[in-house]
Design a protein around this ligand. Structure first.
Ligand SMILES: [Zn+2]
Ligand SMILES: [Zn+2]
Length: 388
């Protein structure tokens, strides 16, 4: 990762002109803060659904929260009981107040190697037919009540494409939970590109996380970038994955108003960014288009980044097609930058990573990752057919 003095010089010299010209449309959206992944006693977490949503609304002061218990139950036949799913949906309705707090019913589609026939000796868990595969976990949620969830252990929904087709029919959405680096995570992104409209986002975090004094290489950002490098489409979200009932702000969504419809629309269109601790404000645009969008250009892309830190911003990195093309170290709380990418040479994705100087309780620096913006050269208009 290189630090470019040229980037600083270019950015500063054109800052005044371009910040106005490129970022002039800021304010179309407001930021809503939420948690998109967490468990209760319905699966393997602590506390009730009431506890979960009370904490999200009154302690964590979130704008929205998705509850995502596992799709397995506590005993054979290893499915979440229908009554638990109905209760999850009715509690989400009970806690939702438009403009105040939005509760969303979801579940965690749990596809793990140990459940495949022949992988385990525990007969009660030999539930997946066919050759062993491992699709990891996916978070599923819906705009309105659906009669029953689509379990990973049901042969009708036991791979991501089958799941995506069923969820699309109900108007729901999916995101990839906690990606793993291969070999365990080898199948997590194994789905048709046509289903990326339903499997819209992926939980992002750093490549190394610090937990209780120890560093763990998790390679999440590398794994997600590899998917993008191969043409995959995904935005970035994050969740606490709390099993202790302690929801926290990990996903920011750009919305016009605070309703379930608006939040799901933002998630569907990837107007999202992931944070791991502090609520860093981040506005990333290319030619005026916000994160998550596809943009056509007929000149070098004009990139604008605004960061509103809650502490000093240590580093801002602009990534294009898996490579950090610019890195700056502003040492300020609020940063506005503008940049024209004159090396743009063809269809590319861009995203921004921000590192702030403060630490969470385990010693991880606060970070933010914008969802990508995809930029393409404008296609020439189709040639006119010659009459006669
Ligand atoms: Zn999980
Ligand atoms: Zn989970």
């Amino acid at each position: 990762m290189k630090t470019s003095d040229a980037w600083k010089t270019v950015a500063l010299s054109i800052l005044v002109v371009w910040v106005t010209a490129i970022c002039g449309c800021a304010g179309r959206y407001r930021t809503a803060w939420g948690d998109v992944h967490g468990h209760t006693e319905l699966s393997d977490g602590k506390g009730s659904l009431d506890d979960y949503f009370h904490h999200a609304r009154d302690v964590a002061h979130l704008d929205f929260a998705i509850v995502t218990d596992h799709d397995f139950g506590h005993e054979a036949p290893w499915r979440m009981p229908a009554a638990d799913w109905q209760l999850t949906q009715s509690k989400a309705e009970e806690f939702t107040v438009d403009g105040g707090f939005i509760a969303i019913a979801g579940y965690e589609w749990t596809s793990q190697e140990k459940y495949w026939t022949g992988v385990t000796n525990q007969a009660s868990e030999r539930l997946f037919p066919g050759p062993p595969s491992f699709y990891n976990h996916k978070i599923v949620y819906f705009p309105a009540a659906v009669p029953y969830l689509f379990s990973a252990k049901d042969p009708s929904f036991n791979n991501p494409d089958l799941l995506a087709e069923a969820v699309r029919r109900e108007g729901g959405l999916i995101h990839n939970a906690h990606p793993d680096a291969p070999p365990q995570g080898r199948d997590q992104f194994d789905y048709s590109p046509f289903n990326s409209d339903v499997i819209a986002n992926t939980e992002m975090s750093g490549d190394v996380i610090r937990y209780r004094g120890t560093n763990y290489p998790v390679l999440v950002e590398q794994t997600v970038r590899r998917f993008l490098d191969h043409g995959g489409r995904t935005g970035f979200v994050a969740g606490s994955d709390t099993h202790e009932g302690k929801t926290a702000a990990h996903t920011a969504v750009l919305v016009h108003d605070l309703t379930r419809t608006a939040i799901l629309d933002a998630l569907r269109h990837r107007r999202t960014y992931a944070i791991n601790h502090a609520r860093i404000g981040l506005d990333f645009r290319i030619n005026g288009h916000v994160m998550g969008e596809e943009v056509e250009v007929n000149a070098p892309p004009r990139i604008c980044v605004r960061v509103r830190g809650t502490a000093l911003i240590e580093e801002i990195t602009l990534v294009r097609d898996g490579v950090a093309i610019e890195v700056i170290h502003p040492s300020r709380r609020n940063v506005k930058l503008a940049f024209v990418d004159r090396s743009f040479a063809g269809s590319s994705y861009y995203y921004v990573r921000v590192i702030q100087s403060d630490l969470d309780e385990h010693g991880n620096k606060s970070c933010a990752w914008s969802s990508p913006i995809w930029v393409h050269p404008r296609r020439p208009p189709p040639a006119r057919a010659h009459a006669g």
